[in-house]
Ligand binder design. Structure first.
Ligand code: INI
Length: 171
């Protein structure tokens, strides 16, 4: 048996994205934001369809993401932040609540809310993931957002002609 395999196309044209950026560790989160915006642009998003919202820290990402997801103005929300264990005794609370809340924002709204929060033990590990040796997690988060938006669109429009534009049948 070889069942059909579905994947969302990585094509951002015609979709609207909110990028929520935590200012804590802003020399790194700005790199995540640049990575996300350039990924959206290079995959076809229009400037008017991408908006960036700043929050003080990663702990504030969930509620702002929830409001944006609920607004009806965006097809996906991309939440970006950096939480470094070495810097804070309450790492587990900040990182844990950010992860839980971001997941909840997606689950309660049905709008993809993408987890683009870098959580590391050291500053060096964080630098590596924010445009350094280990890539740019903001860029990866944006590509995930585009793919999931199209996967969901394809599922919702099953049988309709527009399905072809959203879904890429891998097999
Ligand atoms: N916020 C972060 O995004 N990253 C951190 O590493 C961090 N540290 O180290 O504490 C952090 N704290 C602030 C937190 O997110 C809230 O903004 C603050 O507690 C106000 O609610």
């Amino acid at each position: 048996m070889q069942p059909k395999v579905h994947r969302g196309q990585v094509n951002a044209k015609g979709s609207r994205f909110a990028v929520v950026v935590s200012r804590w560790n802003d020399f790194l989160t700005s790199k995540l934001a640049e990575g996300a915006v350039s990924a959206l642009e290079s995959h076809g998003a229009e400037e008017a369809d991408v908006e960036v919202f700043m929050v003080p820290g990663a702990f504030e990402l969930p509620l702002t993401s929830l409001k944006l997801a609920n607004s009806g103005n965006f097809d996906a929300v991309i939440a970006l932040g950096v939480v470094i264990r070495g810097e804070t005794p309450h790492f587990d609370y900040v990182a844990g609540e950010a992860a839980k809340g971001i997941a909840q924002a997606g689950m309660t709204t049905g709008v993809p809310v993408i987890f683009g929060v870098v959580t590391t033990d050291t500053l060096e590990q964080a630098i590596n993931r924010c445009g350094g040796k280990a890539g740019n997690k903001g860029h990866e988060a944006a590509v995930s957002a585009i793919e999931v938006v199209n996967l969901h669109r394809g599922i919702e429009n099953r049988g309709k002609e527009s399905n072809d534009k959203a879904l890429h049948n891998v097999v």
